[in-house]
Design a protein around this ligand. Sequence first.
Ligand SMILES: Nc1nc2c(ncn2[C@@H]2O[C@H](COP(=O)(O)OP(=O)(O)OP(=O)(O)O)[C@@H](O)[C@H]2O)c(=O)[nH]1
Ligand SMILES: [Mg+2]
Length: 243
Amino acid sequence: MEVLVVIPTYNESNNIRPLSEALLGLELDLGVLIVDDNSPDGTGRIADALAKQDPRVHVLHRPGKQGLGTAYREGFGYALANFDAPLLAQMDADFSHPPEAMPAMVEMARRGSVAIGSRYVRGGGVKNWGLGRRILSKGANIYVSTVLGLPVGDLTTAYKCWPRRVLERLDLPTVGAQGFAALPEMAYRTHLLGYRHEEHPIIFEDRRVGQSKLTGSIAVEAFLNVWRVRFNKTFDPSQAPPA
Ligand SMILES: Nc1nc2c(ncn2[C@@H]2O[C@H](COP(=O)(O)OP(=O)(O)OP(=O)(O)O)[C@@H](O)[C@H]2O)c(=O)[nH]1
Ligand SMILES: [Mg+2]
């Protein structure tokens, strides 16, 4: 397997099967690792059924909802420990991240870059969002990239493809954020380690079905966490394993 795609799920029973099938249908040597937090709607059972049908599907069950950031931390940790795929990807389960973009992102990661499925690069964008949500998302990205001093258009996207070695050197267990604030945190560490981000344009579509899980406390964490990441030296790149 060349690329393992980590997909965190919470109540994605209508999305997880079609998404897995779309990914497995790509012309890539690809596997899927679903990280389910005991979704009340039975997503975990569907994931198990998929895994039974197709040996390329794997499932990590967690006992309850613990947040997107921790799902990535554990999912990538599990992937590094149990699979030897040279590339690891991540995406949302709700079809906001078009699976068709994956081959181009894989190509970037093959070149050693961290590939970003980006709304905020030429050719990218969002569909079906009102003005308020557009301003919030774009504003959040300007804020994060300014505080962190990172010249990347989309730092809050969860659609990425990583060379395995970058994740091995990031010290995942000390990534602090519980929610999506883990994404800029990991991007900042990537930058400190000297790796390049490359952005592939995507059109982000609002979730097809199901409920949003964005809560106020997760948004506040995202707002404050960038300062902790920038000034509280939780990660020392000179202590990272060699490249
Ligand atoms: N395992 C796990 N997955 C989660 C958790 N919270 C969200 N997810 C998943 O993470 C991905 C992103 O969450 P979304 O709810 O789509 O967040 P969003 O895109 O900001 O909001 P909407 O698309 O508007 O609902 C989806 O695949 C969710 O199912 C969690 O606590 N645990
Ligand atoms: Mg979503």
